[in-house]
Design a protein around this ligand. Structure first.
Ligand code: ZN
Length: 280
């Protein structure tokens, strides 16, 4: 059964339609309130959740209560230039191996949090985010999905002024300011997707459609990224991979985020993030 694991005001909760089920209360304490613990026990948790009556929610879903669905990952990877059309708009060659950078976990916020603009060159990038479940070391590509708990939507917010201030450019700080990593609305288990390698994703800014792509157009697939990263870094429960963004970012449009802009980032089968921009 598909799971949508959210973080409602610090309590792990399952979203069923428009209602929330509090995991700790419903399980009589067998599972706690911390989403990180559930990701570390994902198989056992999924088995328990499958036994629930889906129509028996505890409380109506209030999206403004949702915090980062993965609050404290050990690692947050970003992948650069992972869609051909985005590499083309950046006028850069298609990478021959995954181009990896870090988003420090302080940047993570929930699906309706404000994004604090650190300069006049802050940009949007809608991305599919992989949430690691079991994890592992040197995971074979053919078994990569066994190591995954699910997917969520993400915004890889980037301060291009910081990112390109020197040569060579430095990605990590320019993509890690506080609030630069909205994720959510929930971790959605892979059985929710007819084809987990082909999901539509899009981004609008204050109603204007900026990005529209499909994850099947990635240069390196989710399985290839997991195999590649896990050769170097052991993946542990809750680790996140921001898998790159399709074309249509602000730096090629010469249009950057302004205070009061609303960024809406949507992925098929997962849902939407709605983040308002505010000045620092
Ligand atoms: Zn990105």
């Amino acid at each position: 059964m598909e799971l949508h694991l959210a973080n409602s005001n610090g309590r792990a909760s399952l979203i069923h339609g428009k209602r929330l089920i509090d995991v700790e209360r419903r399980s009589d304490g067998r599972f706690g309130t911390d989403p990180m613990d559930l990701l570390a026990r994902w198989g056992e948790f999924a088995d328990w959740a499958a036994s629930l009556d889906p129509d028996d929610g505890d409380a109506p879903l209030d999206e403004s209560s949702l915090l980062a669905c993965v609050p404290r990952p050990q690692k947050v990877f970003g992948i650069g230039l992972n869609y051909r059309d985005h590499a083309a708009e950046a006028d850069l060659p298609i990478p021959e191996q995954p181009l990896v950078f870090t988003k420090f976990p302080n940047c993570l916020v929930g699906p309706t949090a404000d994004v604090i603009l650190t300069s006049d060159r802050v940009d949007w990038e809608v991305e599919l985010v992989v949430v690691i479940g079991r994890g592992g070391t040197a995971i074979p590509e053919a078994r990569a999905f066994d190591s995954v708990a699910g997917y969520c939507a993400g915004q890889d917010i980037s301060d291009r002024r910081m990112q390109f201030a020197g040569k060579p450019p430095q990605f990590s700080l320019g993509k890690s300011a506080n609030t630069f990593g909205p994720i959510g609305p929930a971790v959605v288990s892979l059985d929710a997707f007819a084809d987990p390698n082909d999901l539509g994703l899009s981004c609008t800014v204050s109603g204007e459609r900026m990005q529209d792509g499909r994850t099947s157009n990635m240069v390196f697939s989710v399985a290839e990224l997991i195999a590649f990263l896990s050769r170097y870094c052991t993946l542990v429960p809750g680790d996140l991979i921001f898998t790159g963004t399709p074309a249509g970012v602000g730096s090629t449009r010469r249009r950057y985020l302004q205070p009061s802009d609303l960024i809406e980032s949507s992925i098929e089968g997962i849902g939407s993030l709605r983040n308002r921009c505010v000045s620092a």
